[in-house]
Design a protein around this ligand. Structure first.
Ligand SMILES: C[S@@+](CC[C@H](N)C(=O)[O-])C[C@H]1O[C@@H](n2cnc3c(N)ncnc32)[C@H](O)[C@@H]1O
Length: 253
């Protein structure tokens, strides 16, 4: 099984064929267990036993194939995160749960009966939290027209207009990345396509150039394209031939 390829097969079968300690980042936007028909694929049912049966062996293999410095990033929504975390705790060790990122996007549709849940969760596990690769990022928050109070560990800078900004460590709630909308130039025609900006941020946090990124549920190949654009090596996998064809088109293969 080589690098820089997209495999059309069941990801469990592919995982079993990959060597131990060979991947830097596994990112997968997994099946959310909605039971729904997404045109290109059928989701698994929203049944606890089915979710455990489907994911347990795959998460075990994901742990095996990650390098000791490696990271697992699994994206899903709130209805199954707690179950998937139980399996990750089991195979990775609960102390290696590093973060739960909330990606909040806006899209139509709201309910008068409950809050509208327009966010995905991306759970981050290290194979070993003491060895995990992590590229510290900062974000800028606008401060005010005069120099802010100096807090330990907080960087500041002044722009050309004399306004002060504060550099703060990136937090786990991401609200600045829209979903791939109907009129987006990124849109490829795969129902569950994720935005490149989201992929690039995850890529940059946990990998460097030439590192290996695997997406075992790659769909239209958003993370695979991000890996190629960022000069990373990649392994893509999807059970659906149309997904693999779209991914290869995005890679110009
Ligand atoms: C949520 S979608 C991924 C979407 C992707 N992030 C994108 O940007 O287009 C999940 C994908 O997992 C694939 N899939 C489902 N079961 C699979 C399996 N056993 N092995 C490999 N891929 C599978 C589906 O065909 C689907 O494309």
């Amino acid at each position: 099984m080589g690098l820089n390829k997209v495999y059309c097969m069941d990801n469990l079968e592919l995982l079993k064929q990959l060597p131990d300690n060979s991947i830097d980042l596994i990112y997968s936007d997994i099946l959310y267990a909605t039971g729904g028909d997404f045109k290109d694929y059928q989701d698994i049912p929203y049944v606890k036993e089915d979710v455990f049966a489907f994911y347990d062996g795959r998460i075990k293999e994901m742990y095996r194939v990650l390098k000791p410095t490696g990271t697992l990033a699994l994206q899903m929504d709130f209805r199954i995160t707690h179950w998937v975390r139980i399996m990750c705790d089991e195979h990775f060790g609960y102390k290696n749960c590093i973060n739960v990122i909330q990606w909040a996007y806006s899209s139509g549709g709201s309910s008068k009966k409950k809050l509208s849940q327009k966010n995905d969760e991306i759970i981050i596990y290290a194979k070993d939290k003491n060895k995990q690769k992590f590229n510290y990022h900062t974000e800028v928050s606008y401060n005010r027209d005069f120099k802010p109070y100096k807090f330990k560990g907080v960087e500041e800078y002044q722009d050309d207009f004399g306004r002060w900004y504060t550099m703060v460590g990136m937090k786990c709630i991401w609200t600045d990345i829209p979903m791939v909308g109907r009129s987006s130039s990124e849109r490829i025609g795969y129902m569950t396509q994720k935005p490149l900006k989201l992929m690039n941020r995850i890529r940059d946090l946990y990998t460097d150039e030439n590192d290996v990124i695997a997406d075992f549920f790659c769909g239209s190949g958003s993370m695979i394209e991000s890996a190629k654009l960022g000069d990373r090596q990649y392994i893509g996998c999807d059970i659906n031939q149309r997904a693999v064809d779209i991914t290869n088109e995005r890679l110009n293969i």
